[in-house]
Design a protein around this ligand. Structure first.
Ligand SMILES: O=c1ccn([C@@H]2O[C@H](COP(=O)(O)O)[C@@H](O)[C@H]2O)c(=O)[nH]1
Length: 238
């Protein structure tokens, strides 16, 4: 899954998704289904997108007691998605349980979905983390701590901002995935994101894959916008 641009399909219905992907006919995309879409459409939206040949990141960010997460992951493994995730704040035991569930739910002879953990949301600032979460360290320290726990638990990588990706590569190795949302073109509206970076910065920091939502899905011409984003991410004409 290295060097993918994952499109966040943050839509309220499957019909909106169909309208969005129509101009991409024939292209195999890597898409992300988050809570908004999954809570409305359920597993059928995963099946539909897989049937069309797209890779699917099911971004439900599980965070519960280990037994509950294990059982939920067992069910998610049966959906045949490519990537799933949890919150690292759930702890090492919960993350290990997530993997056990995924392995138990993966059909014999099939590959289990990759599993990554959210470190600190890209909508979280240093100040908010210190004051609201009462975590009295720097954002980098917190992200490195959560990512180290994630690696110890045996997961495949983390969700972090592009600003932390270089540090994580140095400390945890380049095989450990860094999947980064909060990506914006220079001068774009950052909306609710706090730790944002450009696709060029992400590429130069060794990010594994970027997640881009509204900049593409809310654009007047999503296909052209996607092509421009791909060029910026891959460094075409640089
Ligand atoms: O830390 C995180 C974890 C997940 N996300 C998700 O990524 C996309 C980003 O969308 P944009 O429109 O490009 O801001 C969205 O689905 C989030 O739920 C994240 O942003 N940060």
């Amino acid at each position: 899954m290295d060097n993918s641009l994952i499109i966040a399909l943050d839509f309220p219905s499957g019909q909106d998704v169909s309208n969005f992907i129509k101009p991409f006919a024939g292209q195999k995309l890597f898409v992300k289904i988050g809570m908004e879409l999954f809570y409305q459409e359920g597993p059928s939206i995963v099946y539909q997108l897989k049937e069309l040949g797209h890779r699917v990141f099911l971004d439900l960010k599980l965070h519960d007691i280990p037994n509950t997460v294990k059982s939920a992951m067992k069910g998610l493994a049966r959906l045949n998605c490519d990537l799933v995730n949890v919150h690292a704040a759930g702890g090492k035991e919960m993350m290990q349980a997530a993997l056990e569930g995924l392995e138990a739910g993966t059909a014999a002879g099939s590959k289990r979905p990759l599993c990554i953990a959210v470190t600190q949301l890209t909508s979280t600032s240093q100040e908010q983390m210190n004051k609201e979460q009462l975590i009295p360290v720097s954002l980098n320290e917190s992200v490195l701590h959560y990512a180290s726990l994630t690696k110890e638990a045996g997961l495949d990588g983390v969700v972090c901002s592009a600003w932390e990706a270089g540090m994580l590569r140095e400390n945890l190795g380049q095989a450990f995935l860094t999947v980064c949302p909060g990506i914006r073109m220079e001068n774009d509206n950052v909306q609710d994101q706090k730790r944002v970076a450009t696709p060029e910065f992400a590429r130069n920091s060794g990010v594994s894959s970027i997640v881009v939502g509204r900049s593409i899905t809310r654009s007047a011409d999503p296909l052209t916008s996607y092509q421009q984003w791909m060029e910026a991410w891959k460094g075409v004409n640089k």
